[in-house]
Every structure is written in structure tokens, then in C-alpha cells.
Design a binder for this molecule. Structure first.
Ligand code: ZN
Length: 219
């Protein structure tokens, strides 16, 4: 299992339900699971929890109960993601698992004074583990119920499984500077293979990216 020295921003910038699924991904050195490694999980989770409106201390995020709870939600989100993004019915077990997580820590509307006005907020009762599980489950339900779920893609690099919701319809890679570059290098190699080898691409000239069009021949 490979480890990261820092959490790449790509793992903290998609809708929280996709970020959760993306905590398990593949790099040339092997599979990475941020949730398996205490330090990486803590770093990722304290950043991601803020997006869910849940304050998670590092000590709290480090607990085994938190790890188990969010891993369980991740399994349900991962099982539902592929069918949902293709307009198919997700497994009943995945949806009921998300609903159970939601019921365990319901969001309760609260009236608060912010110093100048009464503002509406929501609060969840329960342990940090159940609140985080419910927060991710709610984010997943929002994503799956949004018509934009049909736009969710996996990175076009063959060995990359990162899922993302593209703001730009032409986006093909999780990160152009990672998978985009790898693919350009691979295409360059294929174009410049020695003549005695089969060349699946018609041209043997040009530099990486010389066609100037990301996405040519794909999608
Ligand atoms: Zn990728």
C-alpha cells in the first residue's frame, strides 16, 4: 500500500461524497487508501469535515470508531455511484445503509444569534463518528438526487479510478498535470515506437501534445 507525503488538492475539491469515494485510488506504486492510514485519514478528514459543517478535532478524527463509520459509508456510496451515474437503480443495501447513517444522527434545525441577527443552522446529535457518517450520507443523497449525477466521470487514464463532477464538459482527467501528462507521454511513446513494432496510431512524428487537442479520439 503506497503512502502520500501530502494530500493532493484533487482529493478535497469534488463534492464531499465523491471525495469520500476518491479516498481509495490507484497510483503507479499501487493502491492508496487514505482511510487506512491514521495520519492521512486525520489530515483529509479534518479538512473535509469542515465542508460538511462538522468540526472534527485531530484527536477525534484519529479514532477507530470514526474510521469504521466513514469506511462503512464509503462502501455504500461506492456501491451506489456507478449505477446512479448511469441512471440505474443502486443496490438496495447501499441506499438503506445511507438511510441508516442519516437516521443515527438527524440534522436538527437550530436558531442562533450571530451577533447581529438570528440565523438558521443545523446541528446533529451523537458521537463524532455517527455525525460524520450522517454528514457524508447526506452529501451522498444530495449528489445522487441531483440530475448532475449523470455528469460524474471517472478519470480517462486507464489505471486511474478518481471520480469527478466536471465543470467543463471537456475535462477528461482527474488532474491534467498528473494523468493528462502521463497520457500525453504514452501517446508520444506509441507514435515514436521503433518501426519494426506495430504502431496503433497513424502518425510517427510530432511531440507530446502536438495535436493540440486534449481528448482527440476519446469520448
Ligand atoms: Zn486520473
Amino acid at each position: 500500500m503506497a503512502h502520500l507525503s501530502a494530500i493532493p488538492s484533487i482529493l478535497l475539491s469534488e463534492p464531499p461524497a465523491l471525495d469520500l469515494v476518491n479516498t481509495r485510488f490507484h497510483v503507479p506504486a499501487g493502491w492508496v487508501d487514505l482511510l487506512e492510514h491514521s495520519e492521512q485519514r486525520t489530515e483529509w478528514l479534518t479538512a473535509e469535515a469542515g465542508r460538511l459543517g462538522i468540526s472534527a478535532t485531530k484527536a477525534g478524527a484519529r479514532s477507530d470508531a470514526v474510521a469504521a463509520a466513514i469506511k462503512a459509508v464509503r462502501e455504500h456510496v461506492a456501491a451506489a455511484l456507478e449505477p446512479a451515474r448511469h441512471g440505474k437503480r443502486p443496490p438496495t443495501r447501499a441506499l438503506s445503509g445511507l438511510n441508516e447513517a442519516l437516521r443515527a444522527a438527524p440534522a436538527v434545525p437550530q436558531a442562533c444569534w450571530d451577533g447581529s441577527a438570528v440565523v438558521a443552522t443545523t446541528d446533529r446529535a451523537g458521537s463524532l463518528a455517527t455525525r460524520l457518517a450522517a454528514g457524508f450520507a447526506e452529501a451522498a443523497v444530495e449528489l445522487f438526487a441531483d440530475p448532475a449525477i449523470r455528469n460524474v466521470r471517472r478519470c480517462a487514464a486507464p489505471d486511474c479510478v478518481i471520480a469527478f463532477l466536471p465543470r467543463n464538459a471537456n475535462r477528461r482527467w482527474c488532474a491534467p498535470n498528473i494523468c493528462g501528462n502521463r497520457e500525453r507521454v504514452a501517446r508520444y511513446y506509441l507514435r515514436h515506437k521503433p518501426a519494426h513494432q506495430d504502431a496503433p496510431y497513424g502518425t510517427r512524428s510530432g511531440a507530446p501534445g502536438a495535436d493540440g487537442r486534449e481528448g482527440s479520439g476519446r469520448h
